[in-house]
Design a protein. Structure first.
Length: 402
């Protein structure tokens, strides 16, 4: 029975309540054109866009071209969501260079350049600071009530999965800014403790820093998994794209997500039978015997459980073939079906920036797609998932004081 329950839980976590329709970028453009012809309202257009999923990357350049076709702010918001959610996918085949793949020797030269760049340049950068501005999008699947009492505390509260229910779809929640510090190419954890009530406020926080470029490349090389994938245009120039897979034995990818509920029983139950019902429960025993239980049956929920795990992962690395400069890094963590976290996909774009008088290649934008089970291990009777999407841009780069 326990084995069957585990299978059912894993299936329910992995299976969405509805299946989004997958379309290409060209079909998205045609759909937006039809909105214009049919004079659809902004709300009607947004409702249709909420029900689709892209099978190709909607690049920023392509998004900017079609943004003018959106009837209003709600449909424009959904176009932005589609762009960010498709960030890990390859672009349409028509956007890829027709250049033949390099031979094995040429591939090795490119990878050797990338390794030299990561260890001899990127990891040796002076400490720098920046402001990281983040937009949060998510659906509003709610976790259990953080209270204690007879009503509500022992039950899960979730939003409707209906297409007409706005909370069922990813939409804008808020924006935040925070200072980040990087040393030797790795973002440092903040010194001040975050007092935000994550989990209880219906949101999660990713508490591990972005992965170190040098560490990822080294782990991929150690695993011997770097494989040629394709050419792709990044900022109008060809980039060599390699895939990789890092198994648990080689991985130092530490996931740390806050927070999930923990429920404890704080009430008291008293059991009685037909002979002591009046003494225990203060009631007359029924004529046919039997028994039962009385009490307050209270449940107390606290949000102090973090999901911490070292996980295997896979991804892609985008390299300038002439210089070895890494232009983009995609990592996709791999989880067990029973984990509270089901997805953490991250894309980091690197670009040239001026830091004081120095020209550096640093992170300029990140996109993170997550899926979690917001009720965690609380024992909620309803298993559902919450999708959260983070898009971040960096500004105000400065050299850190040493």
């Amino acid at each position: 029975m326990k084995h069957l329950i585990c299978i059912l839980v894993a299936f329910m976590l992995a299976t969405p309540a509805w299946a989004a329709k997958k379309i290409t970028v060209r079909q998205l453009n045609d759909l937006l054109d039809s909105f214009q012809r049919d004079k659809k309202t902004d709300v009607a257009a947004a409702t249709e866009l909420k029900q689709i999923e892209l099978s190709e990357e909607l690049t920023l350049a392509a998004m900017n071209k079609i943004a003018g076709l959106a009837p209003g702010k709600f449909s424009l918001e959904q176009i932005y969501v589609l762009e960010a959610r498709s960030a890990m996918l390859p672009p349409p085949p028509s956007d890829l260079p027709a250049t033949a793949a390099p031979d094995a020797a040429a591939q090795k030269i490119i990878l050797d350049k990338a390794a030299d760049y990561a260890t001899k340049y990127y990891s040796q950068l002076p400490p720098w600071t920046a402001t990281k501005a983040t937009l949060r999008f998510q659906d509003d699947m709610k976790a259990i009530d953080a209270c204690s009492g007879l009503v509500g505390c022992a039950q899960g509260s979730v939003s409707s999965n209906s297409f007409t229910h706005q909370a069922s779809f990813i939409h804008y929640i808020n924006s935040t800014e925070k200072a980040v510090v990087s040393e030797h190419g790795s973002e440092k954890l903040p010194l001040e403790k975050d007092k935000t009530p994550w989990g209880a406020n219906g949101m999660i926080a990713i508490e591990e820093p972005d992965l170190s470029l040098g560490a990822v490349l080294q782990e991929a090389q150690t695993a011997g998994s770097l494989q040629w994938l394709r050419w792709e245009l990044v900022n109008g120039k060809p980039a060599a794209v390699f895939s990789f897979k890092v198994p648990m034995a080689n991985s130092q990818f530490a996931v740390n997500i806050c927070c999930f509920p923990k429920s404890t029983d704080t009430g008291r139950a008293r059991f009685y039978n037909s002979t002591d019902a009046n003494v225990v429960a203060g009631m007359e025993a029924s004529g046919n015997g039997g028994g039962g239980a009385v009490g307050d049956f209270q449940t107390n929920t606290s949000y102090d459980q973090r999901f911490k795990a070292r996980v295997p992962y896979h991804g892609e690395i985008f390299v300038d073939p002439a210089t070895g400069i890494v232009l983009r890094l995609i990592t996709q963590a791999e989880f067990k079906a029973s984990d509270n976290v089901q997805q953490e996909d991250t894309r980091i774009d690197y670009g040239p920036v001026k830091v004081g008088a120095k020209a550096m290649v640093l992170p300029i934008r990140t996109v993170v797609n997550t899926t979690v089970a917001p009720n965690g291990d609380s024992g909620s009777a309803i298993f559902t998932t919450r999708r959260t999407l983070f898009t971040s841009e960096y500004k105000d780069y400065q050299l850190a004081k040493q």
